[in-house]
Structures are given as structure tokens and as C-alpha cells.
Design a protein around this ligand. Structure first.
Ligand SMILES: CC(C)(COP(=O)(O)OP(=O)(O)OC[C@H]1O[C@@H](n2cnc3c(N)ncnc32)[C@H](O)[C@@H]1OP(=O)(O)O)[C@@H](O)C(=O)NCCC(=O)NCCSC(=O)/C=C/c1ccc(O)cc1
Ligand SMILES: O=C(O)CCC(=O)C(=O)O
Ligand SMILES: [Fe+2]
Length: 362
């Protein structure tokens, strides 16, 4: 067999694809080889790299204390943040710190498995479409790859999870989802009251939180972090995303001052959860709440993990502006679209900032 690796570099891009994707080593495997330089497929065009000059260090997204969540001031802070920033952090949210620590440990346990164990969950090998181990975002569609591996778990039922999800992280992820659901419901209730939706009936419950996907993200140490990205500019397609990040940092959100290229860091706060509005809530609220672009940089010295819970409509739901927001004669900005079509459109292309939502525009 011809040597695949020469001088700690790959002889060609198909050898790299074979190692990273087909054999399940991921970028974690690349990182652990001790490469001297970033392999070419990971080099992002200049305009997609995030340099110091684009940072706004004096700004920060809101931090909301959920201790007295029944106080109308909390609801008003949540709605304000969802309108103006699309992003905020919550503290004192009642999800126990052990639950958060356990899911972080479980994330490391999964990615520390040997490649052949993780590869059992790849697109080719997985027993179900609802469990997928992968790397980058949509490698088939991307011109430049992203420096990230992930495990994506679409929740159907506890029974299915107990049969299909990797045993090293299954219980911890389920626990994280269960405990977070309480907070999700509180936030959605506040956000709905803010747009005159007084009651969340069964149909609305489905539109707002009919399906849950949890991703375990792993961003390994990168040889040339400034040449690549952890995750490229995108907005989520969820209604809300609940994100647990570790203490490393590296998540940036597009600033809301002017239309320049300015990015604000989301500082890790012990025990906090980052909340962001996704495209589905932007569409349902007819632009009252905004899904905001965000991105993750690569890191040259530390491995980073994050665990987002994407709270979504059901794939079979039709989404469009809610009647309550159109009551006062407001013109609908979006048409009615099948949510699974929207998600497929998102996954069929590389990350491209806020462009996904154009799919639903009238
Ligand atoms: C449309 C879905 C996703 C799949 O439908 P399917 O037709 O039964 O399954 P397929 O396996 O044929 O998936 C269709 C395509 O979607 C892609 N895909 C299917 N899940 C995946 C997957 N977890 N990962 C990355 N590609 C996938 C994948 O490209 C795939 O194409 P291909 O496999 O090449 O035929 C369906 O499960 C669905 O409608 N789910 C609704 C709930 C849902 O998952 N919502 C998305 C929340 S995720 C979110 O907001 C943000 C995610 C995100 C993630 C990474 C980022 O860097 C940034 C953001
Ligand atoms: O890792 C992070 O902090 C954010 C990841 C993200 O944006 C996503 O998975 O959609
Ligand atoms: Fe995201």
C-alpha cells in the first residue's frame, strides 16, 4: 500500500478525506498527529477568517438572571434581548451544574473513543439517520472545510435513544435535555406573550418545540488557527438554541451596531447557558425576534467542546408568520414552508451567514 502520510502531511486530498471522513478519525485525529501546518482543504478564504480588527471588545450580549423568572422584568429582558441581539446568556436557570458537567464529561468520553468506535455512527454506518457522527458542516458542499467534529442526536423517544445513542454519553445527554426542557418552556412562554400569543396550545407547542436535536461539538487544537474556522458564519434553523460551552471561549456573534463587519465575543460564564433565536422563530414572529449570525474560531493551544440543544418545529410542521402577529395588519414577510424542506435547504449548502432564511421569504 502506498504511504498515505509523508512528513506528517498528506500526499493528496483523497488520502486526507479517507483518513478524516471514511476512517472516522475526524479533525481530532488530524490534530493528534501533530501536523506542522494546516492541510489545504481547511484554509478558508481571507474574508471568512475572523481577525482582531473585527472584534468589538467593549460590547457584550445581555446576561439575564432567571432566579425571579415570574417577575415581568425578566420577561421583558428576554423579549428585548431576542429582538435586539438574538442572543443572550442566562444564569440561575435551575439546571443543576452537575448535569452540565456530566454532559461535558460525556462529550469528552465520546470523542476519546477510538476512531472505529465513533465511525459506527457515521452517515455510512449509522443504524439510524437520527444518530450521526461527522466532521465539518456539509463536507460534500463546502469549498473549505471547518475544523470541527460532531455527534448529532435527534431525539425521538427515550426507548429509541436507549437503543441507538452511544452508551458513553446517552444518559448524560438525556438528563441534560430533560432538565433544560423546563427552562425552554419558560423562555418560550415569555417570548410568546411578547407577541400577543396568550396560550401555547398543542399546535403551537409543536411549532415551537416539536423536535429536539442535540449536538456534541469537538474543536481540537489547530496548527494554524488563524487560517481556518471552527464553525463558519451561520444562523441556526431552530426556534431557540440552548448552548452549553466550556471555559475556553471562541464563540462570536455579529454585533447590532451599524452594518459593518463587527463581532462580539460570548464570554464563558461558569454555570450559564447561552440562548439564541433561530430562523424558525424569526419566521414565526415575522421578524420580531431575530436569528443572528455567529461563528466559532479555531484554537491553537486548547481543545474546546460545546453542546447545543436545537429546539425546533416538527419536521412535518408548516411554518410561517403566526396569525397573532399579523392581526394588526402587519404584512407577512415569509410564506408557509414545510420545516423539513427548510432544514434540508440549510444542510445542502455550506454555511453562508443569514442567507438560509431567503428560502422562506415571499
Ligand atoms: C431534514 C432532516 C434534518 C433530515 O431529514 P431526512 O431526509 O430524514 O434525512 P437525511 O439523512 O436524508 O438528511 C437530508 C440531508 O440533511 C443533512 N443532514 C441531516 N442531518 C444532519 C446533521 N445532523 N448534520 C449535518 N447534516 C445533516 C444531510 O446533508 C442530508 O443529506 P445527505 O445525507 O447528503 O443525503 C430532518 O431530520 C429534519 O427535518 N429535522 C428537523 C429538526 C432538525 O434537525 N432541525 C435542525 C436543527 S439544527 C440547527 O439549528 C443547527 C445546526 C447546525 C449544525 C452545525 C453547524 O455548524 C451549525 C448549525
Ligand atoms: O460551539 C459553539 O459555541 C457554537 C456552535 C454553533 O453555533 C452550532 O453548533 O450551531
Ligand atoms: Fe449555531
Amino acid at each position: 500500500m502506498a504511504p498515505i502520510i509523508r512528513d506528517r502531511q498528506f500526499t493528496d486530498s483523497s488520502a486526507l478525506t479517507d483518513f478524516v471522513i471514511n476512517r472516522g478519525n475526524g479533525v481530532k485525529g488530524l490534530s493528534e498527529m501533530g501536523l506542522k501546518a494546516l492541510p489545504k482543504p481547511y484554509i478558508q478564504p481571507l474574508e471568512e477568517r475572523l481577525c482582531m480588527t473585527k472584534f468589538v471588545p467593549q460590547q457584550s450580549i445581555p446576561i439575564i438572571d432567571m432566579s425571579y423568572w415570574k417577575n415581568p422584568r425578566v420577561a421583558s429582558a428576554v423579549c428585548d434581548a431576542a429582538e435586539k441581539w438574538g442572543f443572550f446568556q442566562i444564569v440561575n436557570h435551575d439546571v443543576p451544574i452537575e448535569v452540565l458537567n456530566n454532559v461535558k464529561d460525556a462529550t469528552y468520553r465520546f470523542f476519546d473513543l477510538p476512531a472505529d468506535q465513533k465511525n459506527k455512527y457515521s452517515k455510512e454506518n449509522s443504524a439510524s439517520k437520527n444518530v450521526r457522527f461527522g466532521t465539518s458542516f456539509s463536507p460534500e458542499a463546502e469549498k473549505s472545510l471547518e475544523w470541527k467534529d460532531y455527534l448529532s442526536l435527534f431525539f425521538v423517544s427515550e426507548e429509541e435513544a436507549s437503543m441507538l445513542w452511544p452508551p458513553v454519553c446517552r444518559e448524560q445527554v438525556l438528563d441534560y435535555i430533560r432538565r433544560t426542557e423546563v427552562v425552554i418552556k419558560k423562555l418560550l412562554q415569555m417570548l410568546m406573550e411578547g407577541i400577543n400569543v396568550k396560550e401555547i396550545d398543542e399546535a403551537k407547542r409543536s411549532l415551537l418545540m416539536g423536535s429536539i436535536r442535540t449536538n456534541l461539538n469537538y474543536y481540537p487544537i489547530c496548527p494554524d488557527p488563524e487560517l481556518t474556522v471552527g464553525v463558519g458564519r451561520h444562523s441556526d434553523v431552530s426556534t431557540l438554541t440552548i448552548l452549553l460551552q466550556d471555559e475556553i471561549g471562541g464563540l462570536y456573534v455579529r454585533g447590532n451596531q451599524g452594518d459593518g463587519d463587527n463581532w462580539i465575543h460570548v464570554p464563558p460564564i461558569k454555570g450559564s447557558l447561552v440562548i439564541n433565536v433561530g430562523d424558525a422563530l424569526q419566521i414565526l414572529s415575522n421578524n420580531r425576534y431575530k436569528s443572528v449570525e455567529h461563528r466559532v474560531i479555531a484554537n491553537g493551544t486548547k481543545n474546546r467542546i460545546s453542546v447545543p440543544i436545537f429546539v425546533n418545529p416538527k419536521p412535518t410542521d408548516i411554518i410561517g408568520p403566526l396569525v397573532e402577529v399579523l392581526k394588526n395588519g402587519e404584512k407577512p414577510i415569509y410564506k408557509q414552508v414545510l420545516y423539513s424542506d427548510y432544514v434540508k435547504h440549510f444542510f445542502r449548502k455550506a454555511h453562508d451567514g443569514k442567507k438560509t432564511v431567503e428560502f422562506a421569504e415571499i
